[in-house]
Design a protein around this ligand. Sequence first.
Ligand code: CAA
Length: 391
Amino acid sequence: MSTSASVGISDLSFATTHYALDHAVLAERLGVDRDKFYIGIGQERMSVAAADEDIVTIAAAAAKPIIDRHGVDGIRTVLFATETGVDQSKAAALYLHSLIGLPNAARVVELKQACYGGTAGLQFAAGLIARDPSHKVLVIAADIAKYEIDTPGEPTQGAAAVAMLVTADPSIIALDPQSGLYSADIMDFWRPNYRTEAIVDGKTSVNAYQKAAEEAWNDYRRQGGRDLGDFAAFCYHQPFTKMAYKAHKHLLESQGRTAEPEAIEAAIGKTTTYNRTVGNSYTASLYLGLLALLDQAEDLTDKVLAFVSYGSGAVAEFFSGTVVSGYTEHLRTEANRAAIDSRELLDYDHYRQLHEAQAPVDGKYHATVSETSRPYRLAAISGHKRIYESV
Ligand code: CAA
């Protein structure tokens, strides 16, 4: 298969919240064995937004290093994928203009289809660049996953943003033109406009994910995609890391292959290390898996990676790409680890207080409690406007 179109990812940057909650704290509260979380769902910690953080502040923190390194020349499109938007009308990326200096000569939109939105952004970007290879697209995936207290979904919360610079002649991943698609009307996970917490049918969602991944793979093959044996690693959407293991086993077995635990670990183990401690970051999750792989694997030059994107409701896409020679020079491994390691651990009461806080709706001036140590914060909500500032 040719990668001559040579469109893909030239930079990848990640940010997460100021706080994290250890799953041992949650296990104690819920009266369950902590290994149900550490081993059973494969989650050890989850990022939790401070009172003055939201998807805009973590997105700005993720995107700024890309602007610092590359400037804004050629960025004529900004695609912001999220399912935890802060406004029903205004695209979240527009707040970034004043925070990180996005160019005014750009189209800027928000994309929504549950956890699939980041992949939609990446593929739309590839299309724009195929039309005009001088065009660069900043794709940002940012989410804060929130479920109701004391529900099975609660341990699968989390938060992160991943920003990607998509260009011609990419420096990190050259995308294959083929991709496999699947969409269907399924009520496995959704969030009506009047709710801040998602509603989920957990078991249905796990089965829907696996079926959608299999169907997307079948379509990828029909489109002339590569063989299963061609891939050095598989990056899955990871609502919880065990889900990637389940989905990969399902995919292998659906193709008549044996799914030995060692082979599954070799194919996806390294992609799970950041998600295991960040939790579900919805649109960003798959790309956090890619970051973790790139940061830890031995030399991946010229290796082919598979990407399995799933967004409840549901849309799935199976696509692939080749790691570009010299990619390690473009990674941000130290900064990625620092973002994770520098989080402040919460006790249960503080976590609960943050979880229960509601945004004011009266239009009056409300200053936000100063908590985050990250570079951007939500300073206030006033006149129904969100006011951001640099820290
Ligand atoms: N030690 C080790 N393992 C243990 C254990 C212990 N002490 N106790 C339980 N376990 C294991 C169980 O055996 C089980 O393993 P298997 O799945 O391999 O059988 C695992 O821990 C989980 O246990 P339960 O199935 O009893 O867990 P649960 O029902 O309480 O919750 C869940 C699981 C339904 C996935 C829940 O976390 C949930 O609803 N999460 C939100 C929905 C979700 O993430 N769905 C994923 C697909 S949808 C998607 O991908 C989009 C998205 O981002 C939301």
